[in-house]
Design a protein around this ligand. Structure first.
Ligand code: NAD
Length: 256
């Protein structure tokens, strides 16, 4: 953490009520940013927002489904009234449905579940980028960080096809944004976490995590705050010449 590094920034974090998103929101607050928290879960995002406000941070929060463009539009307008126009967008919200701790194989996956994962993991990043990039273009500055996964570029039996497909698509989306928006002073990068200890992990059997640890050079799972550190780095002045990249935060697991 570098106190004050983001003191002139207005940051929006999606999926900010839990796990990695909550850690990212906390870290940007600690680095001096005004932070907008957006999450599907109204009670959880309010609790997270109030906890940050109680620490003296400048935050605002709204409940919205990132997969729904109109909900995002409404939430972004309200959040901008409270924190100002967003210059740093963290597209973090994501889901990875499991059935009794296991991912559905393709021959059993319902079309509804496929669409749901695409809506949250991919359309969510489009919706918020579409809504918030116009003001970044106008002010000739912006930082967009999209949450991919090591599953976006390696086969991972712990997740299902919809998850891998959307996380791979996020990498293509990020590179396209980097190319298209670079001339306007906007960078776009992706983070590819390995196994990070969050509520999402509780959806899989613990033996699966033990196997991951054994295959990870650093011999442990990651912590949400370690992904938050990487996000803050990718929007800080230290990384101003880095765009279109995918940064693994995985302890060396599935090194590419
Ligand atoms: P998490 O389940 O702890 O938190 C996800 C948050 O997103 C929750 O607060 C949830 O309410 C919110 N959310 C879900 N659907 C939403 C929607 N439609 N609209 C708005 N908010 C919604 O998950 P996490 O482990 O913190 O994962 C965060 C991101 O990191 C995800 O994109 C995930 O795919 C990615 N990731 C996680 C891991 C890991 O090991 N935990 C690894 C690689 C990538």
């Amino acid at each position: 953490m570098i106190a004050g590094r983001h003191s002139d920034r207005n940051v929006l974090v999606s999926g900010a009520a839990s796990g990695i998103g909550a850690a990212i929101a906390q870290r940007y607050c600690e680095e001096g940013a005004r932070v907008a928290l957006l999450d599907l879960n109204p009670q959880a995002v309010q609790a997270q927002g109030e906890a940050l406000r109680a620490q003296g941070f400048h935050v605002a929060w709204q409940a919205a489904d990132v997969g729904d463009f109109e909900q995002c539009q409404h939430a972004c307008a309200l959040l901008a009234e409270e924190i100002g126009r967003v210059d740093t967008l963290i597209n973090n919200a994501g889901i990875s449905p499991k059935h009794e701790g296991k991912p559905a194989p393709i021959w059993q996956m319902s079309p509804t579940e496929w669409q749901q994962v695409v809506a949250v993991n991919l359309n969510g990043a489009f919706n918020l980028s579409r809504l918030l990039s116009p003001s970044m273009v106008e002010q000739r500055f912006g930082r967009i960080i999209n949450m991919s996964s090591v599953a976006g570029s390696a086969y991972l039996p712990l997740v299902a096809a919809h998850y891998s497909a959307t996380k791979a698509a996020i990498i293509g989306f990020t590179r396209h944004l980097a190319g298209e928006l670079g001339a306007y002073g906007i960078t776009a990068n992706a983070l590819a976490p390995g196994r990070i200890e969050t509520p999402l992990l509780k959806t899989v059997a613990s033996a699966a995590n033990e196997a991951v640890i054994a295959d990870t050079p650093l011999l442990r799972l990651g912590q949400p705050c370690e992904v938050a550190d990487a996000a803050c780095y990718l929007s800080a002045p230290d990384s101003a010449f880095i765009t279109g990249q995918v940064l693994d935060v995985a302890g060396g697991w599935l090194m590419r």
